[in-house]
Design a protein around this ligand. Structure first.
Ligand SMILES: C[S@@+](CC[C@H](N)C(=O)[O-])C[C@H]1O[C@@H](n2cnc3c(N)ncnc32)[C@H](O)[C@@H]1O
Length: 295
């Protein structure tokens, strides 16, 4: 297992500032990653507070556990999908938690490790599974899904040339299956030539496939709904998103929660990183943090 990967947490000060309402409380980091946010929170919290960190990726959970070793019993790592956060919290006997964080998407480790097959910059297998135990891979989608389904998922993620890309994939696979991220990237470059733009023409397709492989939108909706009853009065839920489709889900779900009553919006507008942070951390550029409180 590689241990030399790093991930710089996004909006760490803002998360700690907005999520922590009781320095002796119980906090859940539903997307623990390498534990950057969890460690930041622990540095602000009192000795008696506890942080439970969840990550779907067993490799990430193991690395986080190592990073959290110095904090002893103040932190606990659990491998699991936050879509089942109700089962996870019930197993841990946790009710009345003080705050929960969802820092969505994948970590820098996922992008930087070619064998995980997430990045269009590195050649790797068409995988893209957050939890490698899941049966559905990018390979299955690219080589077996019908044209209509591939076109639809790419279009939903905002790719205007979705039909051309889906057609090229379906035609190409009749000759030979697409095996690697580099093959998919160069196929897309043949449909939409890359002229050095800031955003590579394959970016939206790669995002769309990753979202589908990991049921990311469904997990998000379920995660929010399942976590709601476990928050104490005055507890907060914070969500960091990295693209507009995710942000729309959070914005609309929080609005429904506030309209229903029992929830108070803490961030009328999403909190975004400062210029200094975006200069230091490119990943932060598209980040948006929204926070809601149980009234
Ligand atoms: C942006 S990273 C979080 C980084 C973390 N906040 C840090 O400071 O290191 C998102 C993490 O969420 C995990 N993840 C994604 N979907 C998940 C899910 N449905 N359930 C649990 N973890 C998930 C990924 O494996 C990844 O490690």
């Amino acid at each position: 297992m590689d241990t030399n990967y790093t991930h710089q947490p996004v909006l760490p000060e803002e998360v700690a500032g907005l999520l922590i309402t009781d320095k002796s409380g119980i906090y859940v980091d539903a997307t623990l990653g390498l534990a950057g946010h969890a460690i930041k929170m622990l540095s602000v919290l009192n000795e008696g507070a506890r942080v439970f960190g969840v990550d779907w990726d067993p490799e990430m959970a193991a690395l986080a556990a190592k990073n959290l070793e110095p904090y002893g019993t103040r932190a606990k790592v659990i491998q699991g999908n936050f879509a089942n956060i109700d089962e996870i919290l019930t197993r841990e006997n946790l009710t009345g938690i003080t705050g929960i964080l969802f820092d969505l998407g994948i970590s820098s480790l996922h992008f930087d490790k070619p064998s995980r097959g997430f990045s269009l910059k590195h050649e790797g297998p068409l995988d893209m599974r957050i939890n490698p135990a899941n049966p559905l891979t990018a390979y299955n989608i690219i080589n077996h899904w019908p044209y209509e389904q591939i076109e639809h998922l790419i279009r939903v993620c905002g790719e205007p040339k979705s039909n051309k890309i889906a057609r090229a994939i379906v035609e190409r696979r009749t000759v030979k299956p697409l095996e690697t991220t580099a093959e998919l990237r160069s196929l897309i470059e043949r449909v939409i030539p890359f002229r050095g733009e800031k955003i590579h023409p394959a970016t939206k397709t790669f995002l769309a496939i990753r979202v589908a492989v990991n049921s990311e939108f469904d997990n998000l909706t379920r995660g929010i709904q399942k976590a709601m009853p476990f928050l104490a009065k005055g507890a907060r839920m914070g969500i960091i998103t990295f693209h507009s489709l995710e942000d729309r889900i959070v914005k609309e779900t929080f609005k429904i929660m506030a309209d229903m009553g029992g929830w108070k919006m803490i961030t009328r507008k999403p909190v975004v990183p400062s210029e200094t942070e975006t200069l230091q951390n490119k990943r932060a550029r598209s980040a948006k943090l929204r926070v809601i409180e149980k009234a």
